[in-house]
Write a new protein. Structure first.
Length: 188
């Protein structure tokens, strides 16, 4: 079995993070494909359907991901609509929504769906933290400058370190363990 894997995303930052995560043990290729996204509160269902669509178009072993950003005091908002909310109101809009709020707990959950000719398998990972009151850091992307874990925002943590602790890293670890074992045993 081949150790080639395609990541399907329009986000070049995610593609780099995934490639860095595998550190050369898997040949990670990046393809940007416009994938219609179903509306659901279930991040795993969204990732599963995106993977089916991508595989039907590309016919290569691939992964897609979807991430939810859930803020406790906002009843889980923006959840799976994180990308839309980020492009609409940005980090400063989130900070304005949270002005005067004491409960600043939040979490990222990433679902990674792998698809090949045998079907789709989904892996997920979560990281908990809190929303700070002003952006910090210059690394990362998206909500990273306002999301703090153990005293540092994800934007203050170097990519290599972030790639080891993030929600995406946790989902990727579960996927990698399964994928590498599958490669070794030749089973699906």
């Amino acid at each position: 079995m081949s150790r080639d894997l395609t990541i399907v995303t329009s986000n070049v930052h995610k593609a780099r993070e995934v490639a860095a995560f595998f550190g050369g043990s898997v040949d990670v290729r990046h393809v940007a494909l416009d994938i219609p996204e179903i509306r659901s509160d279930d991040i795993e269902e969204i990732a599963r359907e995106k993977a089916r669509y991508a595989y039907d178009h590309l016919h290569v072993p691939l992964i897609v991901d979807d991430t939810a950003f859930s803020i406790d005091t906002l009843n889980g908002f923006p959840g799976p609509y994180a990308a839309y909310v980020l492009s609409s109101i940005g980090n400063m809009g989130i900070l304005r929504l949270m002005e005067g709020t004491l409960d600043r707990n939040a979490r990222f959950t990433t679902a990674i769906a792998f698809a090949d000719d045998s079907g789709v398998v989904v892996f997920s990972g979560t990281i908990s933290g809190r929303i700070i009151t002003a952006p910090r850091g210059t690394s990362g992307f998206g909500y990273d400058p306002i999301f703090e874990v153990d005293g540092q925002t994800l934007a203050e943590i170097p990519l290599e370190e972030k790639s080891a602790i993030s929600h995406r890293a946790r989902a990727l670890t579960a996927f990698r363990d399964w994928f590498m074992n599958r490669e070794r045993t030749g089973r699906g």
